[in-house]
Design a protein around this ligand. Sequence first.
Ligand SMILES: C[S@@+](CC[C@H](N)C(=O)[O-])C[C@H]1O[C@@H](n2cnc3c(N)ncnc32)[C@H](O)[C@@H]1O
Length: 226
Amino acid sequence: MNEQIFGKVDQYISNLLAPEDQVLKDTIKSLDEEGFPQISVTANLGKFLQVMAVLSNAKKILELGTLAGYSTIWLARALPADGKLITLEVEQRHSDLARKNIGKAGLSDKVDFRVGKAMEILPQLIENGEGPFDLIFIDADKPPYAEYFEYALSLSRPGTVIICDNVIREGKILDENTSDEKVKGVQRFNKLLQSNKNVTATIIQTVGVKEHDGMAIAVVNRTDPS
Ligand SMILES: C[S@@+](CC[C@H](N)C(=O)[O-])C[C@H]1O[C@@H](n2cnc3c(N)ncnc32)[C@H](O)[C@@H]1O
């Protein structure tokens, strides 16, 4: 089996179940136009996030890492009329671009853009009582993934779904002696998932039109009412 087949099958699935409308296509194009990196989730993973939001009946979503708003659109489209999504982004220019794209998607009333370092905004969300969220998607810088996860837990309730992207990194997580800070960050996060007894979690490997990677999915355990 060669890697070409993964790309072709990914394309087959997205044609079948995750076709991009013009707004999503234009959002991807807007990254090239602004000279920003093409590091959004794929169409299939965008659809996967949407399925998770529907499955968890999400009314309140938190996203770390907005970029051009591509994953934001997939997620926000799963929200009911009174649903809300808060998305955090450190780069003002990324957030500005996302605001335009979300506007074109007709989702401005549902999406709340916060600009700044996630590490600084997350404690503010806790302090302001803006949680709990029904679904939290972590897709910002990788070194502090473990800390982001701890904050996500503080912003959760039993049943909250926490999804973290890029936790396999083409298998580089197998290298215990890595000096790559991104890999070290996700290794720490993956170990935390293993040891944290408050969540039921797994990691799904992802292959397709982008490089081999993985998404972690954790559900906060329902507490025993007795
Ligand atoms: C992989 S991209 C997000 C892609 C987006 N979720 C999507 O799939 O369409 C990561 C984003 O996180 C942002 N970011 C990096 N470090 C951050 C930080 N400390 N706090 C908040 N956002 C950060 C980057 O500027 C970038 O826009």
